[in-house]
Design a protein around this ligand. Sequence first.
Ligand code: ATP
Length: 419
Amino acid sequence: MMIEGLSIWKAAGVVGSLGGAYAAYTTLPVNIAMRKLNSVIRMGNLYMSIQGYKGRVIKKYPSFSRKDIRIYLNRTEISFVLPIGLMPDEIYKKKDLFYQAFGSELEFDLSKDKRRFFIKAYNEEVKMFDYDQEKIAEGAKDIPLPIVVGNTQSGLVVYNMVENPHLLITGETGSGKSIQLRSILTTLLTQCKDRVELYCADLKRTEFHIFKGIAKEVVIKPNDLETLLLKVVKKMNRTSDLLNKHGLAHIDDLPKAIRPKYTLVAIDEFVLLKKEKDIMSMLEEISSVGRALGVFLILSLQRADSTVMDGILKNNLTVRMAFRASSAVNSRIAIDSGEASEILNKEKGRFVFSMDGLKFAQAPLLALTDAKAMLEPHRWQETTAENVIDLRNNEYDVEEESEPIDEEENIFGVLEYEN
Ligand SMILES: Nc1ncnc2c1ncn2[C@@H]1O[C@H](COP(=O)(O)OP(=O)(O)OP(=O)(O)O)[C@@H](O)[C@H]1O
């Protein structure tokens, strides 16, 4: 599907392995690069003539093999060896042929002995772009639980979280994690609020207030998150009983009339929970059995190392978005590849997307005011009956909400911000 020259790729497949640092192991791009290099050498007459037996002329071409071609996420690296007598200048004279074959972003280099040539051919950059409501609504259409990834070389990517459950977002401070979460959650709440209940924990206390009154709950303290997760686990168990009763295996198999909504738990600044054993064990349970029961997680933090997140939980977060990492080690912790550390500081919102392999992507930039404007029509206008029941189910007295409450003392754990 093409929209203004930008294709929308709706990824629906099952998540593949997270391994494989480079696309170099996929044979197709290597074969293509080899063929291109071969034709540049032939068309450019890049050879050295030598006199052979009985005066025959032998043409000696530059040599290369498969291992001289490396395909990375953002570039292809090629090298070849010149035959003795063929001067590097002959290659430089034919630079335009290389540009035609490999694109306009090329870097040439030569080994000290002037025999091996190195060429780095950079892919076209995925450019920064503003959140475009129409395009994103088009991309999210018909996807049960659409997660907007952003722009890649193949266009705008949107995937279905029901088929690819549990997302981990990592990246150093200021790399673009919160804005990506804002865009993902705003899309879900504006495109499919009728299909999903969103539970948010904003442990940074900066971002999720805009979802108050639309999300089922927004909490800011670990204690309240624990209560919230207990409810989610209870709901998950009820769905499990329902499936057992009907002899079914997946929430989507239930008849529409009795099918519960999907549940999404999104936690920003997950690192603040590392000592919360009960919360961790509930998250682990959700990550292990939530898929079939329609309960999904999005966790965001700077560095997903083993002191913060244990192996079971991390392994169950099968889709990854790795924003800029401060080192190759930190990048590997997130995506088993060092490539997130190659993202430059100025490249805000750029990340490595890991689902069925790795690719660079650029998150849409959704300004806070724009997100608020999009969400406003979906917000409760006043305390509705449904709202009251929700709060009563939480065993709190609704009347108390209107009292001025110090944020630290806020027993609801529900954010109170001015809209
Ligand atoms: N997709 C994007 N496109 C362009 N600029 C962006 C994008 N995402 C983030 N930025 C810029 O980067 C800044 C930091 O982004 P953000 O707050 O999302 O970072 P973060 O990773 O959540 O940082 P922290 O962990 O400190 O909260 C934003 O204020 C914005 O200026």
